[in-house]
Design a protein around this ligand. Structure first.
Ligand SMILES: NC(=O)c1ccc[n+]([C@@H]2O[C@H](COP(=O)([O-])OP(=O)(O)OC[C@H]3O[C@@H](n4cnc5c(N)ncnc54)[C@H](O)[C@@H]3O)[C@@H](O)[C@H]2O)c1
Length: 255
């Protein structure tokens, strides 16, 4: 789908992978709204790249509905939804003292990463279904989710994160099938180690070590490489129901 002149929403668009994708969408002529919990940063990013900002907690039904309504009022219903909002966190299932993980930690990560992704997916898909198709296939819109290689090879301490990303991986083919009647395609990107603000605070030798674990190219991924793949998923009308790893062939070890 050609995004020129079309409305797009990007969750987590204030920072990192979401920001890079929002920037690519704007450059391609889309009318973009950044949906982010960090509204101050979303506003600053929006001003820098030529987008609109909407405050949004993706895990909250009312908050996401209000943010999508703000985007719709400004640009019309979105044809493109990029789901990048997410959180991390490292907690072992049983700690060194034999104490079980606080269940609230597990719930929180699932709420933001998995429930949050599904929340905006369902709202965006409903908006897309109200639109006229853009081509003879009946295509109305495209949704791109963000999982992680941790959804396949979760490392020690990543129980909640791995379960949340594994959920997004499983949801991909299911939601593509579910939304096929509405002309909506769904794909997911599973990134490896990407250099975003999440990692930029680490010392250079730690970044070098992380990069050296990648078979080829021996470096961390760049947010523009994520954005490039997200744009290709949007552009290529035959991509649907697929999870694509973007990881330089890395397969994570246990730690
Ligand atoms: N950077 C990596 O190496 C990497 C690897 C694999 C997967 N991912 C995934 O990519 C996505 C983007 O990560 P990033 O590296 O760009 O991180 P980031 O921290 O730079 O950006 C994440 C954005 O999501 C927003 N956010 C967090 N919780 C939110 C909520 N409840 N509602 C709305 N917005 C919320 C944050 O404010 C932030 O702007 C995440 O889902 C992450 O799990 C990142």
């Amino acid at each position: 789908m050609d995004v020129n002149g079309k409305a797009a929403i990007v969750t987590g668009g204030a920072s990192g992978l979401g920001r890079a994708t929002a920037e690519a969408l704007v450059k391609a002529g889309a009318k973009v709204t950044l949906l982010d919990r960090n509204f101050a940063l979303a506003e600053a990013t929006a001003a820098a790249i030529g987008a609109l900002a909407a405050e949004c907690d993706v895990s909250d039904a009312a908050s996401a509905a209000a943010a999508i309504a703000k985007a719709r009022d400004a640009h019309g219903p979105a044809r493109v939804c990029i789901n990048c909002a997410g959180i991390g966190g490292s907690v072992r299932i049983v700690d060194r003292k034999g104490q079980p993980m606080d269940l609230d930690h597990f719930r929180k990560v699932i709420e933001v990463n998995l429930v949050g992704t599904f929340n905006t997916l369902r709202l965006a898909a409903a908006d897309m279904s109200s639109l006229e198709p853009v081509n003879d296939d009946g295509l109305k819109g495209v949704i791109v989710n963000t999982a992680s290689v941790a959804g396949y090879e979760g490392q020690i301490g990543q129980a909640a994160y791995t379960a949340s990303k594994g959920g997004i991986i499983g949801l991909t083919i299911q939601s593509a099938r579910d939304l096929s009647a509405h002309g909506v395609r769904v794909c997911t990107i599973a990134p490896g180690i990407m250099l975003t603000p999440l990692l930029m605070g680490l010392p250079q030798d730690t970044l070098d070590l992380l990069g050296s674990q990648v078979p080829f190219p021996k470096r961390t991924g760049d947010a523009t490489e994520y954005a490039s793949l997200a744009m290709e998923i949007v552009r290529n009308d035959y991509l649907n129901g697929e999870v694509i790893r973007l990881d330089g062939a890395i397969r994570m070890g246990p730690r």
